[in-house]
Write a protein of this length. Structure first.
Length: 396
């Protein structure tokens, strides 16, 4: 039977019926260790009791009310985000792509209200991924994302990753209004931007009066061992996109901004029917409550070091399969010599779930609540997968 679902994904022949912490149970009963977390979405693992309670309690009270009215759950989550970040104000939406759309609109409206509407260009970087809307793929600019979807939205200029001279030259062009960057690139292969580069971006934006936009959709919400990845560099953006881990599996996104950056976004300039609905915000507040408990992020950092050590041992044991480890916190990438999709497929046989990325990388994105025993078990399963792939390659 041909599936009625649009065939826009290359799906593995796996289907899951239940999740428990760092584990997923397939329809045939097999238990898989989840080192992908739904692409960094399941920040607190599957079936976390605090999230289940928040969702079910809210579901029994009120599902939806619309943004025609004050939504108390929005107020509560926004207060938590403002308390723990640089932001003065928050807009809730349904996904990271929607947060990107608002970031672009906010930057343009800022300059319009500043009587310099020509400053519409946003500088972005090679390898970026900001979502799949026309604006988001226009921002990224890669042929893989944009081919066949023209004409693209104007107003973006892509720069080589790590080319400081090109960045400084581009920032001085009068039509430039903002710089948008992921502190850790995810889709292109787990590429962290060094702290000194993030500091340099902040200094450059201050020098030319530009807005600095951070995309922390994948690398934020505890993933690197801080609540947000940019905290490691001691810098703050003017605008930040958040999604994935903030909902712990419930679809919710958010745009955080300073009061100054958001000053053009007055009543009627943006909206969302489902954005900030009581269900999503109740879950998001529960996620924030768990993340900000004393010791939570310290525990993530400790487990991050343990995971990296284990993965480096895996690389050393299989030099024909792996090349190295990179990334930050529990957002790590295995740079591969063998084809990364072959490694992911071999992992399915060993009952370990990982995520492929660009630059021939396998992403390792476990739940932040994973235990060290589960980390050790997961790496052991990756070892089994690598051994099986080595044998397959040798026999070919």
């Amino acid at each position: 039977m041909i599936s009625p679902v649009l065939p826009s994904y290359n799906r593995a022949k796996l289907s899951f019926v239940k999740g428990e912490g760092a584990w997923m149970i397939a329809a045939d009963g097999r238990r898989f260790l989840d080192f992908g977390s739904g692409i960094a979405v399941m920040s607190l693992g599957h079936g976390h009791p605090a999230l289940v309670k928040a969702l079910t309690d809210q579901a029994g009270a009120l599902w939806h009310t619309s943004n025609l009215y004050v939504v108390p759950q929005q107020e509560a989550l926004a207060e938590r985000l403002v308390e723990h970040t640089f932001a003065d104000t928050v807009f809730f939406c349904n996904s990271g792509t929607e947060a990107t759309e608002l970031a672009i609109k906010m930057a343009r409206k800022y300059w319009y209200e500043s009587d310099t509407p020509e400053r519409t260009t946003i500088l972005t970087f090679e390898g970026a991924f900001h979502g799949r809307s026309i604006a988001a793929i226009s921002a990224a600019g890669s042929e893989k994302l944009t081919k066949g979807f023209g004409p693209l939205l104007p107003g973006f200029r892509q720069l080589p990753f790590g080319d400081h001279a090109a960045l400084r030259e581009a920032a001085a062009v009068p039509d430039v209004g903002a710089i948008m960057v992921e502190p850790v690139q995810g889709e292109s292969g787990i590429r962290p931007l060094p702290d000194q580069c993030l500091k340099g971006l902040r200094d450059l934006c201050d020098e030319y009066g530009l807005l600095l936009i951070f995309d922390e959709i994948q690398c934020g919400v505890g993933r690197t061992g801080r609540l947000f990845a940019h905290e490691w560099a001691g810098v703050t953006p003017d605008i930040m996109m958040v999604a994935k881990g903030i909902g712990g599996g419930y679809p919710i996104g958010a745009l955080l901004a300073t009061e100054n950056a958001a000053r053009g976004m007055t009543a009627g300039t943006h909206g969302s029917t489902y954005g900030g609905n009581p269900l999503g915000c109740a879950v998001g507040a529960a996620v924030m409550d768990e993340m900000t408990k004393p010791g939570f992020l310290e525990d993530v950092r400790q487990k991050s070091g343990f995971l990296r050590q284990k993965l480096e041992g895996l690389v050393a044991a299989h030099p024909d399969i792996f090349e190295g480890v990179r990334g930050a916190g529990l957002m790590l990438g295995l740079r591969c010599k063998a084809l990364n999709t072959d490694i992911v497929a071999a992992g399915y046989e060993a009952q370990i779930l990982t995520v492929p990325a660009g630059d021939n990388v396998v992403r390792i994105l476990p739940a932040l609540t994973i235990t060290e025993d589960e980390i050790a078990e997961g790496v052991a399963r990756l070892d089994t997968a690598a051994s099986a792939l080595s044998q397959k390659i040798a026999a070919a």
